[in-house]
Every structure is written in structure tokens, then in C-alpha cells.
Write a protein that binds this ligand. Sequence first.
Ligand code: GAR
Length: 195
Amino acid sequence: MLKLAIFGSGSGTNCQAIINAVEAGTLNAEIKCILSDVEDAVILERARKHNIPAICFNCAPFKTKLDGEGERVVLQTLKEHDVDFIALAGFMRIVKEGLLNAYAGRIVNIHPSLLPSFPGLDSGKQAFDYGVKITGCTVHFVDSGIDTGAIINQRMITIEDSDTLASMMDKLHAQEHIAYPEALQWIADRRTTLK
Ligand code: GAR
């Protein structure tokens, strides 16, 4: 069984999909805590609603990464909650060496494009603006690069001429909500390991 922590900065719909899979018994995991760098993030409300510890931490003075004192606090929190695996779900900070080393091969992320295409920020918009006809989502292990870790699962959508960015993102999110719990269950089953 995975002893999971989920990190997010926003609405937490992927986190909700993971909670639902655990509650439905299709994902063999226990969600030990849900963490956010954003105090009023909806993801923390989701945690509280499901009686999962909801923890907000401060990344200051860094604007884009989890490092220094914030990282130290997070590591201590993970230890206190007996976490052995981390799922990033809309977490908008770059994870640095301290966390990567402490959880080597045990941090995964979901990204809204078919990597290696469109890494980084606003990937859905990047793909839409480029005019691709197929895009999707990727669940991957996290390494020290930006969205470069080994791929675990991908699901695709087609972009029709009638699609707007919003309608494309709705389709993409629906696939994310399938891909992420599925990938985590593969890991829980030890069907996927870091190469
Ligand atoms: C998801 O689409 C996820 O792929 C993306 O943020 C969204 C979070 O939505 N992640 C990234 O862009 C990471 N670079 P959610 O909070 O509703 O799960």
C-alpha cells in the first residue's frame, strides 16, 4: 500500500480523483496528508472534507521553487505523517534536491500535455495555440529537470475544429482523472518501477 502525500496549489480535481479511487477501493493507498503552498487553495478544502490532514506551508522567499526552510518544514511534515510516496497534482513549484533525494524515485507528477511535447507552464494553451490535433496528459516520475522524468502513463484527446481552449481543457482534465489513479495503482502493484 502506498502511504501517499498529495501536493497541490489549486483546485485539486486530480487530488479528488485520487481520493475517490482510494475510497472506491480501486487504488491501494492511504492518503496520509494533503499539502499546499496556497493558504486558500480548494485542494485543502477537499482534504478537510475527507478528514485528511490539510497542511499549508510557506515557500517564501522563493517564488518558483520549494527550497530552504520551506523544504525543511515539508520534509519534517512528511516524516511526521509517515509518508512514503508523493503525488504532485497541480503543484506549481519546482521540487529541489532535498525532497528529490529524500524521496528518490518516489515522487510523481501529472502534466497536461503528451510529454516530451510542451513541458513547463501553460502546456494546454501551448498545445492549443500550436494547433496540434492530438494532445493529452502524462503521469511521470519527477527528476531534477522540468517535466523530464520517466513516463508512467499517458492518455490522449483529439482537438476538433469546434474546440475552444476551455472545451479542450475539459476533455484533457477528464483523461487526467483516469490516468493519475491508474498510474498510482500500477505503482502500488509494483507493475511500474523507475528504470
Ligand atoms: C492539471 O491539469 C495538471 O496537469 C496541471 O495543473 C492542473 C491542476 O488541476 N499541472 C501542471 O501544469 C504542472 N506543471 P487540479 O488542481 O484541478 O488537479
